[in-house]
Write a protein that binds this ligand. Sequence first.
Ligand code: GTP
Ligand code: MG
Length: 346
Amino acid sequence: MATETKTKAIVEELIQDELKSKMPKYNEPSKGLKMEKLTLVDLPGVGAATAEKLESAGYHDLMSVAVSSVGELIEVTGVSEAVARKMINAARDSMKMGFETGMDILRRRELVTKLSTGSAAFDTLMGGGFESGAITECFGEFGSGKTQIGHLLTVNALKEDSTATTVYIDTENTFRPERIKQFAEAAGMDVEDVLSRIMVARAYNSDHQMLLAEKIEDLISKQGKNVRLLVVDSLTAHFRAEFIGRGTLAERQQKLNRHMHALAKVASAYNVCVYVTNQVMAKPDQFFGDPTTSIGGHIVAHASTFRIYLRKGKKGTRVAKLIDAPNLADGEACFEVLEGGIRDAN
Ligand code: GTP
Ligand code: MG
């Protein structure tokens, strides 16, 4: 019996080692969040049936339980609040998600990569490029270049890492493989290879969009895809179209909040660069300054780590203004959209 347990432990360890060696470089969970060899059924109150419910709702590992909310777990499994709380706490304990020192965080920050836009001025504005492990929101009027940037970041992410995959959640039917082809050719890349590493999903409504975002974890943790970039273009269009009138605002914001949480989870748990686009609307009560404001209000603004306001400049140029960033100075960059990419405007 004792030998059997020992053999089992050795086999388990071999499997874990094997899994680890297959883990994509960029999608390793942050170093601070050390995984122990536990699975869902090791959590208190989780039997086979509950584990199955969790699995089918997209909770495949302790990480996903650790970062979920009590309400979410109750909804998914039907367990009591006390049990849900216990599950989350146990999952968190197993991951040592307590306090970290500043040094730990600095070390984790070293895993952050920056995705170049191709415009030196824009990259500088962003502190070297679009950050992994964070959500960057770009808002601006129609034709300001939000979708172009989404396409460009996609090609650049695939260029920087030949094993990378990117995900494009397209809500307005504006993903264009032809545009990807132009950018890829200008970058001297194999167009077919590039296109085959982009996973595009057309979201038909806000619920579908939310579901797609929640499925990304599967791509990474179950299918082992090395997802470097997630584009949601547009983040808010469906929400804006579906929830009309003041009475629906609270519900819309609640759903958007959940969606932003799912995106933030992908970004931070798997070090993915998340890029979302957002429209602006007129602010009728604004007499001075910019008379527009972004959709989604505080929920979207707050969940985004970086916020960029894009507008059309002189002579067909585009101006990107960094509105909100934790460690960068606010500023502006002026660039041009060209057939093969974007470059600094002179
Ligand atoms: P909405 O989605 O409508 O809110 O706009 P958006 O901000 O996503 O705009 P988008 O990124 O689609 O920008 C469209 C603009 O990019 C066009 O008006 C052109 O100025 C520019 N553009 C698109 N394709 C090309 C191209 O092949 N060459 C050049 N030079 N410019 C292009
Ligand atoms: Mg667009």
